[in-house]
Design a protein around this ligand. Sequence first.
Ligand code: A3P
Length: 274
Amino acid sequence: IPNGFKKSRLKIAHTHRQLPQCLIIGVKKGGTRALLNYLNIHPDVVTASDEIHFFDRNENYNQGFDAYRHEMPFSFKGQITIEKTPAYFTSPKAPKRVFRMNNSMKLLLVVRDPVERTISDYAQVAEGKRMKNKPWELFEDKVIDRKTGQVDKTYSGIQRSIYIRHFIRWLEYFQLSQFHFIDGDNLVRNPYKEVVDVETYLRLDPRIKVENFIFNKTKGFYCVKIDEKEKCLSDSKGRKHPDVDPNVYQKLQHFFHPYNERFFHRIGRRFNWS
Ligand code: A3P
């Protein structure tokens, strides 16, 4: 593979755009960008840099698979193309559409403690509103219905964290063996371990090394190191979370508990969520 090929995204001899054989389908705020960047270290992996939103948006899907292929980077035969759009996981239409395109698609799902995911989701939206000088509600007012004192199930941040609800829709089309789960909390602490597991799942040669991960104290996260160059994710990844009222935090934990249990049962694996 010519030097810099993956970076330049130019068409060179013997390369072509291929439909992805593997998708990172979610979860939003799970660490999907970090995972995609880590996998991109591998010489046999090419990644679509943007979220394409092909399977979740009608206007994109209606353009057809060839239009989707055109959004993919050039690759050599044998390389795997990976696209990530976390909105796929919660999109009711996405599972059937993905299946129609490729029923042997490999599906990567980064999951994270749903309470933390909800806070992260809120922090992203709140930051967007703050930047536009728009009013934004406190986290507690978003997640708790003040009339009933119960968790507000209608809030999209909560909806997206009820993993089992979305996951069963994917199981209508795909076998459990077509999924690989990444522990998003561990992806922050020990990315090498999580990424090696993905390498194994995708049957890639072991080419990603522990030296490729450098903990950056200023950023507070691991960054990628290749050829003596270090690259961290942007400041929009790894935001400060608001302090959450401990009673509300506990209410959320109780709320998600039964859904988490059903999810663990369905996937045959547990995660250490409080
Ligand atoms: P926070 O912003 O809540 O900390 P996504 O890319 O799916 O939107 O996920 C964003 C999350 O990725 C961040 O959530 C952060 O915790 C996590 N993450 C994992 N590894 C990271 C890394 N190396 N750099 C920055 N964020 C990382």
